[in-house]
Design a protein around this ligand. Structure first.
Ligand code: AMP
Ligand code: MG
Length: 342
């Protein structure tokens, strides 16, 4: 299959392909999504095939307006918290899980009785959804397991020849996938951290639990509240190793293990102190900037074919830092070295 590279004036072409049951990479403010008509199970199945995504990992349904939930009859009922969350944070990087209706194909919900819905803020994403005239199911447009794409070029690197088109809308703003919260439980529960923080969720919902899988590896055999959480994810080819400890302990450890196949994913402030190749995530403490650049840096590690080990500091879990922490700990396969114990 030849993959068309569309520019931002060609939303109608993208919409037409989607209406006919094709799959298209589209920009959103979080990461690029690989979209299909969410109400067409056959079209959605093509997404799983192109990504190599396990069939038990459900997809997020993207809408252009809050009223689309009722217009397409996507859910059994809209829970009270959903309207309040939508008023506060939609359009934006927040996905809300609710009890699904029967119009949701099994390919989208992966057999669950719920559906994940998001209203993206990216103007091109909303325009394509409107022009397609259907809600769009869209996971991140990367090969399953590899870092999510934040540019059209990242999408092509993974998907050229496997999808109908990608529409180039420039680099994504947020850079990590949406915050996922479920309202299908008694107490609202964060399943995946993203650009909307825990504090922002609690400001609207009050009590909000954090699923243990956000920060920890699922125990063998445990059922995942969010199936995507159980897979090793976001990982470059090189081994990512997280280091937990103070500033100087971290610098000393990396320098002691320096060789020409080692790199550090670090902050600007660390660059002059490290004796290895560095890939910066920006200024220390600027979590939004770290989220924005993280996946691009993880992909750069692979572009530089010779790197076999990448050391990174264990990120903070404050604010948007929790999203960076969640992605990096998965990229590292949960491998953390506690420097005080070394
Ligand atoms: P992606 O689309 O690649 O950003 O991944 C979507 C994430 O949302 C995955 O971790 C899914 O497991 C999760 N997800 C989607 N739908 C549901 C649902 N109905 N219940 C729980 N998690 C979901
Ligand atoms: Mg993904």
């Amino acid at each position: 299959m030849k993959t068309l590279l569309l520019d931002k004036s060609q939303t109608k072409t993208a919409a037409e392909i989607l209406r006919r049951g094709g799959i298209v990479g589209i920009p959103t403010e979080t990461v690029y999504g690989l979209a299909a008509d969410a109400l067409n199970g056959g079209a959605v199945a093509k997404i799983f095939a192109a990504k190599g995504r396990p069939m038990d990992n459900p997809l997020i349904v993207h809408i252009a307006d809050f009223s689309d939930i009722e217009k397409y009859g996507l859910v059994k009922e809209i829970p009270d918290g959903a309207e309040r969350l939508a008023r506060a944070y939609w359009p934006g990087p927040l996905t809300i899980i609710m009890k699904r209706s029967d119009v949701i194909p099994k390919e989208v919900s992966a057999g669950l009785d719920t559906v994940a819905i998001r209203l993206p803020s990216h103007p091109l994403a909303r325009q394509i959804i409107r022009e397609a005239g259907v809600p769009l199911a869209a996971p991140s447009a990367n090969l399953s397991g590899s870092p999510s794409p934040t540019t059209a070029q990242h999408v092509l690197n993974d998907m050229d020849g496997k999808i109908d088109a990608v529409l180039d809308g420039g680099a994504c703003d947020v850079g990590v996938e949406s915050t996922v919260i479920t309202l299908a439980t008694d107490v609202p529960r964060l399943l995946r951290p993203g650009g909307i923080t825990v504090a922002q969720l609690r400001a609207v919902l009050g009590k909000t639990e954090i699923d243990p899988a956000v920060t920890h590896m699922l125990e063998e055999g445990a059922e995942a509240a969010s199936p995507g959480m159980k897979y090793k994810h976001y990982a470059p080819g090189a081994n990512v190793v997280l280091l937990k400890g103070g500033d100087s302990a971290y610098i000393d450890y990396v320098n002691a293990h320096a060789d020409d196949r080692t790199a550090a994913l670090c902050c600007d402030e660390d660059i002059p102190l490290l004796n290895v190749k560095t890939l910066t995530l920006g200024k220390r403490g600027d979590y939004a900037a770290q989220a924005h650049i993280l996946f691009d840096r993880l992909r750069q590690i692979d572009d530089d074919g010779g790197i076999t080990t990448v050391y990174s500091r264990l990120p903070s879990t404050d604010g948007v830092g929790l999203a960076v922490y969640n992605r990096l700990i998965r990229a590292a396969g949960f491998e953390v070295i506690e420097l005080e114990k070394v």
